[in-house]
Structure formats: structure tokens, C-alpha cells
Design a binder for this molecule. Structure first.
Ligand code: TYD
Length: 209
């Protein structure tokens, strides 16, 4: 049986990831594919408990390495419990954030060693990178404006602008380094434009399988 396709979607908060994921899910299901959508951190019982700790705005004393390991733990559980068996049964997995979030936020954003973040996370995902990753490109100012319209923000969203700029630059660097896997999608257009661009890429991959 053929392996399922593994797709991850990345971007700053407010980039429209969630709505675009709904649109690509619909496209794939309309084309008779089975799809599982997951979010990080979380997606499993254990992962949701970790999410509660890692995103809680009250946890202001959290150490950067502890934070990186918590995200990686949630990811390890999600990979072993859900992603691996789902892909093995031929089903498409779409992940709202994955390893690149840790490299961008904990590596570039917090300033942890990029190699360390990779090593820990590659262990967590048993070296199985996504087949394709979409980075929805919106700049930190746009992200901030969109986040201001939300009533509640989490611990990461409350970080200073400088942090989000570092994360953004990190993502752009990742797009350059991993151009084969990570596709940069212009996030300034409508949600329809963004999801159409993603669907075009997916069509190419599905055709080549
Ligand atoms: P979430 O509410 O899922 O935000 P979004 O809707 O933007 O995905 O919160 C996830 C937050 O955690 C987000 O600010 C990015 C951050 N994060 C990391 O710092 N490292 C990671 O590995 C992951 C998965 C998320």
C-alpha cells in the first residue's frame, strides 16, 4: 500500500493557516483522499496536556531549553501515536505546524543552537520530515495587527515584536535552505488565493506519486 502524503503548514500567528488547511482538506476529500488534520502542540491526549503547560501565559518563568523539549515531547507523542500509523495506512496527514516551528521559534527566535533543535526534533519525528511544507509568508507587522483583533493571546503570542521578527527571518532562511521541501506562499492575498496556491503545489506532488 502506498504511504500517505505528509503535509505541514507553517507561518506566524494570524497567517491564516487554519482556514487554508480547511480548504486543502476539502479539495483532497473531494478528490477521494482520506485526510487527517492535526495541530501542534497537541493532537494527542498527552500532547494536549503539554500544550496547556507550554502555552499558559502564567508560566512566565519557563526556561528556553525546557520549552524546546516540551514542544519536542508533544511532537514525539503525536508522531508515534498518530502520524506514523496514519501515513502507513495510506492516509494524508496535514499538520498545523511541525518541526520547522521549533527551528524558527526556539532556534532563531529564542537563540538556541539550530543544530541542537534539529537533533532533538529529528529524534522526536524518527527522521520523517514532511513531504511538503507550506510557509504562508506574512510579515510580523501584519501578524501583530491580526493578533490584536483576538481577545485572548497565549504565552508565545505575548512575546515582544523583536522576537517575532527573529522568528520571521528564521522562516525565510529555512525556505532558502530547504527550497525543495518548503514552499513559500505569498500570504498578502485573500485566503482563497493562498489556498489555491497550496492546492496547485499539491496537485503537482499527487501527480508525481
Ligand atoms: P497556537 O495557538 O497553535 O497558534 P497558531 O494558531 O498560530 O498555530 O499556538 C502555538 C504557538 O506555539 C505559536 O505561537 C507558535 C508556538 N510554537 C513554538 O514556539 N514551537 C513549536 O514547535 C510549535 C509547534 C509552536
Amino acid at each position: 500500500m502506498k504511504q500517505g502524503l505528509f503535509i505541514s503548514v507553517e507561518g506566524l500567528d494570524g497567517s491564516g493557516k487554519t482556514s487554508c488547511i480547511k480548504a486543502i482538506r476539502k479539495y483532497l476529500e473531494d478528490n477521494n483522499e482520506q485526510v487527517v488534520v492535526l495541530r501542534e502542540p497537541g493532537g494527542t491526549n498527552i500532547g494536549e496536556q503539554i500544550r496547556h503547560v507550554v502555552l499558559n501565559p502564567k508560566n512566565t518563568e519557563m526556561d528556553d531549553v525546557a520549552e524546546m523539549l516540551l514542544y519536542a515531547s508533544s511532537r514525539a507523542q503525536l508522531f508515534a501515536e498518530v502520524i506514523k500509523p496514519t501515513l502507513e495506512s495510506g492516509i494524508i496527514v496535514i499538520c498545523d505546524r511541525f518541526i520547522d516551528s521549533s527551528v524558527a521559534y526556539q532556534g532563531y527566535g529564542r537563540g538556541l543552537k539550530i543544530d541542537d533543535v534539529y537533533q532533538v526534533n529529528l529524534t522526536a519525528i524518527q527522521n520523517r520530515l514532511p513531504d511538503v511544507t507550506f510557509f504562508i509568508d506574512i510579515d510580523p507587522e501584519t501578524s501583530l495587527r491580526r493578533r490584536f483583533n483576538e481577545s485572548e493571546t497565549d504565552r508565545l503570542e505575548n512575546e515582544k515584536m523583536q522576537f517575532h521578527e527573529k522568528v520571521y527571518r528564521g522562516y525565510l532562511e529555512l525556505c532558502q535552505q530547504h527550497g525543495n521541501r518548503i514552499k513559500k506562499i505569498d500570504g498578502s492575498g485573500s485566503l482563497q488565493d493562498i489556498s489555491d496556491a497550496m492546492i496547485e503545489e499539491i496537485k503537482k506532488i499527487v501527480r508525481g506519486r
